[in-house]
Design a protein around this ligand. Structure first.
Ligand code: NAD
Length: 508
């Protein structure tokens, strides 16, 4: 008889929340379960119990708002809602956004727990903070600007107008944060939105879409102006991309999805992959640099695309930097352990066409996992407070060259700042995404920023300062490097229209 290991209930609160009805039976079983259980026996017990119960009075699971069985239904519902929403003024849109902010604060922890449970990635506490950040620092309608040009010829107005319906693809790494942040920005711009979320994050994504619709209804707005599908696939994605009512496309994800949307023939915004290097020179406050780098690199287990992925440090301060990293929860691998870990977190890709050489790519099973769990795979029993795996490597080593999205930080010693910049630029692979520096030398800051050309460049702080976390500036979870919108905000999702009145209303 095959036996199944049942995982202990990790987040009991989450099961009692909205959208968590599907956990109820599992919870009863888990309470009774010891470590290993007989599946057939359990299903017989469940059948017997259900047969003896009057189920007619049980509350029905609540239908999630804006979540449809098919993409056709989602598109039809969004188009219908848009006929109402397109007449909403900025005040009405802002009322909806205030409600989204309120509910996002209120349900931040629920969403953080559900996201970790749904995707098996990340850290609940950090994800909770990310949701609060979205609620507090995503820009609303104040970002929209009207220009007026008055002169001898009359008055010309330049306005930021809605695109219409936007089709958005969202990642597994920040699923609900991206949906909430995109929704606020796109609704502020007066648009409707269809989301095709990552299939591995479909439950938390549906939860976020439902939350947005609850907020819209509470503010008196039309249901379904933000929609999604229960089971997103490549097929639903293609339907969304090719539907004529979808006027703009937004991709937040890896290179495949960005390339696909940019070849669609429609206006598209691409927020793609990164591999952010951090450089440390000999003028930096080394204890602070070490703490900042570990804090940034381990935030949500390195899932954010902006997080430090490899470190280049001047030889003269390398030992001190590593010493302070170890004091801040890092574990240093030796050479043999590096080799062992390569075999765990990397796999060989299949060549796409004859003649292609196999490449080492990430093993997705380990993306966003805790450092302690990753270390266990190579036989290391680390202390509970370990949060980052560090190692000294050559520039060509796979951990330096690959966007791992795991709390693993390779460190490369360099002789000069010029060498550090040269390596950082190469390791960033031309993504023009994010780069970080710890230095007090203004010339170094300027030299590195000019050479690397990234959308985000953080100096003397953890990488998350780049999205407004404990720093100045608004936040986004869609950083559009390839198409140049940068740190997206409501204006990124608008089209510029001009309204000309000839020979009048020029009142001077
Ligand atoms: P992913 O690329 O695997 O998936 C993103 C979404 O695209 C999913 O919904 C997926 O199903 C879909 N998809 C993938 N290829 C597709 C194709 N050819 N056609 C249609 N749909 C396709 O991304 P992920 O693993 O969830 O996220 C991690 C990646 O996203 C990393 O590379 C990270 O750097 C990047 N990312 C970038 C930003 C940013 O703002 N620039 C933000 C978050 C994540």
């Amino acid at each position: 008889m095959p036996c199944r290991k049942i995982r202990p209930a990790a987040h009991t609160d989450c099961r009692e929340m909205r959208g968590g009805q599907f956990y109820k039976n599992a919870e009863i079983i888990e309470k009774e379960a010891v470590d290993l259980v007989d599946e057939e026996k359990i299903s017989r017990l469940v059948r017997q119990t259900l047969a003896g119960m009057d189920l007619s009075n049980l509350p029905k699971p609540r239908h999630q708002l804006g979540v449809f069985d098919t993409m056709e239904e989602a598109l039809a519902a969004c188009n219908k809602a848009y006929t109402v929403f397109r007449h909403y003024n900025k005040e009405q849109r802002e009322n909806i956004i205030s409600e989204i902010r309120r509910l996002t604060h209120e349900e931040a922890e629920i969403m953080a727990k559900l996201a970790v449970e749904d995707t098996g990635m990340g850290n609940v506490y950090h994800k909770t903070l990310k949701h609060h950040l979205v609620a507090d620092k995503t820009l609303g309608t104040s970002d929209l600007e009207t220009r007026a040009l008055a002169g001898d010829g009359g008055l010309t107005l330049i306005e930021m107008a809605p695109f219409g319906i936007i089709g958005a693809i969202t990642p597994s790494t920040n699923p609900s944060c991206t949906i909430l942040c995109n929704s606020i920005c796109m609704l502020a711009g007066g648009n409707g939105v269809i989301f095709n979320p990552h299939p591995h994050a479909k439950r938390i994504s549906a939860y976020a879409v439902d939350l947005v619709n609850r907020a819209i209804l509470a503010a008196g707005g039309p249901e379904n102006i933000v929609c999604t599908v229960k089971n997103p696939t490549m097929e639903t994605s293609n339907k969304m991309v090719n539907d004529p009512s979808v006027r703009m496309l937004v991709a937040t994800g890896g290179p495949g999805v960005v390339k696909m949307l940019l070849s669609s023939g429609k206006k598209a915004i691409g927020a793609g992959a990164g591999n952010p290097p951090v450089v440390v020179d000999d003028t930096a406050d080394i204890p602070k640099a070490a703490k900042d780098i570990i804090d940034g690199c381990t935030f949500d287990n390195n899932l954010p695309c902006i997080a430090e992925k490899e470190c280049f440090v001047l030889r003269s301060v390398a030992d001190e930097l590593i010493h302070h990293m170890l004091k801040n929860g890092a574990y240093m691998l030796n050479d043999a352990q590096i080799k062992q870990l390569e075999d765990v977190v990397l796999v060989w890709s299949k060549p796409k066409k004859p003649g292609d050489k196999p490449k080492r790519v990430i093993n997705k099973d380990w993306v966003g996992k805790d450092a302690k769990l990753i270390l266990e795979q190579i036989g290391v029993k680390a202390k509970d407070d370990v949060r980052c795996i560090i190692c000294e490597t050559e520039f060509s080593q796979a951990f330096v060259q690959t966007e791992l999205m795991m709390p693993i930080l390779p460190i490369v010693r360099v002789d000069t700042f010029d060498e550090a910049v040269e390596m950082a630029v190469k390791a960033e692979h031309g993504n023009r995404h994010s780069a970080h520096l710890h230095s007090k030398n203004v010339d170094h800051m300027t030299q590195y920023a000019k050479a690397i050309c990234t959308t985000i460049f953080v100096k003397n702080a953890p990488s998350y300062a780049g999205i407004g976390f404990n720093s100045e500036g608004w936040t986004t979870f869609t950083i559009a490097g390839p198409t140049g919108e940068g740190i997206t905000s409501p204006r990124s999702f608008t089209r510029i229209r001009r309204c000309v009145l000839s020979d009048a209303l020029n009142i001077i």
